[in-house]
Design a protein around this ligand. Sequence first.
Ligand code: SAH
Length: 216
Amino acid sequence: MKDTFRHKGLRKILVESLIEKGIKNSRVLEMINEIPRHQFMDNAFIQFAYQDRAFPIGSGQTISQPYTVAFQTELLDVKPYEKVLEVGTGSGYQAAVLVGLEANVYTIERQKELFQKAKEFLPMIGYNCNFFYGDGYKGLEKFAPFDKIIITCGAPEIPEELIKQLKVGGRMVAPIGSGDVQVMYLIKKISESEISTTTHGEFSFVPMLNNKNYGN
Ligand code: SAH
């Protein structure tokens, strides 16, 4: 599907609305302006692609709201060449933002259909990263440690295993909470045994599903 002048115009308006809502990082805003979000969405929702809302992407999951993507990415403070782990590939939109910021991205998805779709689609539009099918709760020990970790589903608590896979000096951005609402946590790894946390408001994510529900 084409990326028309109309789509580009709608993205500009979306970027302006994100600035109004408090997003400041110019590289993050550039990515929202550049990435054709409508191409990540089901046909039925394409006309709404540049509204600042989450939408269904199949398998009972959603593409995150652009504001949420921008907010989490800003908190993550991604630098070129950093190794970044994303839990919850979903549509691949957030992964594309990270790739656009020149990170070396590893992304995990537990829904096979979504994993396969993103793995095929992202390289097609020029965003290359490493795709994994599996349980993000466990991370990717083989490729650890990571400079940054971003969780894009609601985790019931801070996943210990992922803290282990974070570099000292690294940061993790994760929505924590098991109900309908999660609190956005910025977790900094101070030393091998110490973390510091700050909270950054309430958001609503699809739940992070653990091993028990795996494959459902
Ligand atoms: N980052 C995505 C947001 C998708 S919604 C985007 O930009 O579109 C969150 C995703 O997390 C869903 O696709 C869901 O299937 C996935 N998910 C939930 N629990 C998971 C787990 N334990 N491991 C990996 N992915 C998980």
